[in-house]
Design a protein around this ligand. Sequence first.
Ligand code: SF4
Length: 485
Amino acid sequence: MSVPRGTAAPSVVAVTESSPAQLSGLLPGDELLFLNGRSPRDVIEYSLLVDEPELDLVVRRRGIDDPFTVLVSKEPGEPLGVEVSSAVFDRVQTCDNHCEFCFIHQLPKGMRRSLSLKDDDYRLSFLYGNFTTLTRFTEMDLERVLTERLSPLFVSIHATDPEVRAGLLRNRRGATSLRWLSALLDGGIEVHGQVVVCPDRNDGAILDDTLAGVLDRYPGLATVACVPLGVSRFSVEAAMRPHTRPEAAAVCDTVDWWQQTFVEAIGRRMVFAADEYYLMAGRPFPARATYEGFPQHENGLGMARAFEAAFGGDEDAALGVRPGFFAWVDGAPASGYRAQRADPSTPSGDGGAPIAVLTGEYGERVLAPLVASLDRDDIRLIAVKNEYFGGNIGVSGLMTGTDLARALEHEPAGHRYLLPDACLSEGRFLDDLSVTDLPRPVEIVPTDGLSLRRALEGRTSAPSGGCTTASPASLRVPVTIGGAR
Ligand code: SF4
């Protein structure tokens, strides 16, 4: 007996103590070939199947020749107590676009291969908040999304003019695939949009035209993020360059104008500019209230304001970010990317040692006034220059072990070094180094203002499962890069 071709069986990586799974004898390493006769395609289908009170599992276990059956009886809706190894058991839908601004194409050689996988899969959009262009979306996909209410989803718009969009994606289907966006909105799916703004490509008049198109054709969108392209030193696209300061200011002005227009037309702002634009333009961030609840916080919209509010003690603003920029490629907890974050409440660290907060160059500009407000001379910031990617990459979420090791090499021993968790995925940096490769022990702090404040006051510790005495992290003000854009 085997699962359908092209589908891998869910593999158990952890079993919760005293859970129905443990009481039924399931073990880490077991493969779940069939659940009530079905072989799930992804963790979404898996979650629905294991919700059943009576489960008939066909299990394959290393060292035992034939698969065997495990019967599980539990309360309706009671968790099975199993964490599986990945989010998608059949093939991830890969991207067939060739965007000039794709960051996947700007990665240095030698990075682990999984980071090079360009996904364009609505399931990863639902599970992780990855953006999909819908160029490979199908009628069957739409039916499933509507039937199973896979909401919210995240869609890359870039331009609403069909020809301009096809040109940006370098894919003819880019001209027509936004028809699926209309269908999703008509079906009541919450959709958040994104425009990666590239100078001389889709800024200026084209950005105006795009936002007019959104108001005209997609007023049901929940939000639209305007985010800048990231350009690493490995980019081979001659036309791709970072925004100049005046160009960044122009994007801020455009978004501001359209916010007022959207408020008049539909009663909400809808469109927001990424924090990076205000940093690049040298302007103050908009007021917290204008972010309307930070609906695209994960995408760098209002992250600085939320961080500031949380640092001031507002627990509701401690939104954090998903750890690790490419977290999804390393596997998903069964509950998806919105899984509860680790409890940061356990005290740790030597309360008397001087403290250094490791952060990216953009993060430093956000953190500096916050740290200064504490009026403590035992706290300093270490802005880690991103030489690994180079270019305009300055966000904390893309800090690598290589750059952190260089920054820490000449730092004194015995200090506390705080690292934001946003640059780690499963304990590893993008360059595959881990915190234990760093020359100084670091404390990993959840990337939100409240956790940093507590850490600085000696009341915070690394998340459970994190590393308090190994090596590195920061405030992530995400740059917009490829991979599911
Ligand atoms: S940016 Fe996204 S949509 Fe464009 S090529 Fe890269 S992965 Fe594909």
